[in-house]
Design a protein around this ligand. Structure first.
Ligand code: TXA
Ligand code: MG
Length: 340
């Protein structure tokens, strides 16, 4: 299969993507978080193609993307808290898990009786959903286990020859996947952190619990609240080490390692001048968490492209906006944490 990349602005591009999706094909589509692999959520066979294209385990359900909050009524049993959250965070990088209606095939939810719903704020994503006339099931458009794609080129690298079309709308704004929560009438369980932080959620509903799996990797035999939590994720081929030392200690450690290892260092912009002679992948300014989050997956992929064996990066903090990076990076590093 030839994989075509079309700019979202090209004449007829969005119509073509919507037609392919409606007809049961899968298409790489941009969202504000990461690129997705979109399929008609009402077509079980099309959704099975998504699992095959990614090499995704069959028990890990897909997120269904809608064009506006009220479209959730078609596919799920909503409640008052859903609409309170929708008012504040939709459209945007928040996914809400609700009891599913029968219209959603079991292929989408991997047999679960709940469905994950998200209304993206990216105008191209919403336009494609509207034009297709159906909700769109879409996981991140990477090969299973790889860092999620944040550019059309990343999608092409993983999906060339496997899908017919990728819509290119440039780099994603957020850079990590949406916040995933499961809700009851009056409580929220955070299953995956993203740009919508626990603090922001607690302003709408005071009862927010952070699932244990957000801060830790699951131990052997533990049951995951969200199937996706139990799989290896976001991992580059190079060995990622997270360094808890800061300041001079960080500089000293990576300088020493770089003498004997084929490594790259994900450093703050402010550290560039102290690390001359070392291959650097600057992450942005020390305090610019948004920029660091936006670049994260691109830099992990880039380290592999330039053939590094080892990557050194700062261990992110666990609070506020940093929680999403922390969660992705501890999964990508397979327990390789230095210091701290
Ligand atoms: O930002 C995003 O959410 C991106 C873009 C494309 O929208 N999508 C995305 O999808 O990250 P994916 O499939 O890579 O991650 C979906 C996560 C998985 O961890 C999955 O286990 C969880 O959501 N999930 C989906 N449905 C669920 C359900 N019914 N119950 C619990 N977890 C669910
Ligand atoms: Mg994913």
């Amino acid at each position: 299969m030839i994989t075509e990349i079309l700019s979202w602005e090209a004449s007829g591009a969005l119509e073509k993507s919507a037609r392919l999706i409606r007809e049961g094909e899968i298409v790489g589509i941009p969202t504000e978080t990461v690129y997705g692999l979109g399929a008609n959520a009402y077509n079980g066979e099309a959704c099975l193609k998504v699992f095959k294209a990614k090499g995704r385990p069959a028990d890990n359900p897909l997120i269904v993307h809608i064009s506006g909050p009220s479209q959730a009524e078609e596919i799920a049993y909503t409640n008052a808290l859903y609409y309170k959250l929708a008012e504040r965070f939709m459209p945007g990088p928040l996914t809400i898990i609700l009891p599913k209606r029968d219209i959603i095939p079991s292929e989408v939810t991997a047999g679960l009786d709940s469905v994950a719903i998200r209304c993206p704020v990216h105008s191209v994503a919403r336009k494609i959903i509207e034009l297709s006339g159906v909700p769109i099931a879409a996981p991140s458009a990477n090969k299973s286990g790889m860092p999620s794609p944040t550019t059309a080129q990343h999608v092409y690298n993983d999906m060339n020859g496997i899908i017919p079309l990728i819509i290119d709308a440039g780099a994603c704004d957020v850079g990590v996947e949406s916040t995933v929560i499961k809700i009851t009438d009056d409580s929220i369980m955070l299953l995956r952190p993203g740009a919508v932080t626990p603090q922001m959620l607690s302003e709408v509903c005071p009862s927010v619990t952070i699932s244990k799996a957000v801060l830790e990797e699951l131990k052997e035999g533990e049951v995951a609240q969200s199937p996706g939590m139990k799989y290896k994720h976001y991992a580059p081929k190079a060995s990622l080490y997270l360094v808890a030392f800061d300041g001079d200690e960080f500089i000293r450690l990576v300088r020493e390692r770089a003498q004997s290892e084929n490594c790259v260092v994900m450093c703050y912009d402010e550290e560039i001048s102290s690390l001359d002679g070392i291959t650097l992948l600057p992450v942005g300014k020390r305090n610019d968490i948004k920029e660091q989050t936006k670049r994260l997956f691109d830099l992990l992929r880039h380290a592999d492209e330039i053939g590094a064996d080892v990557i050194y990066a700062h261990l992110p903090g666990k609070s506020g906006e940093e929680l999403a990076m922390y969660n992705r990076m501890i999964r990508a590093c397979s327990h390789r944490i230095i210091g701290g």
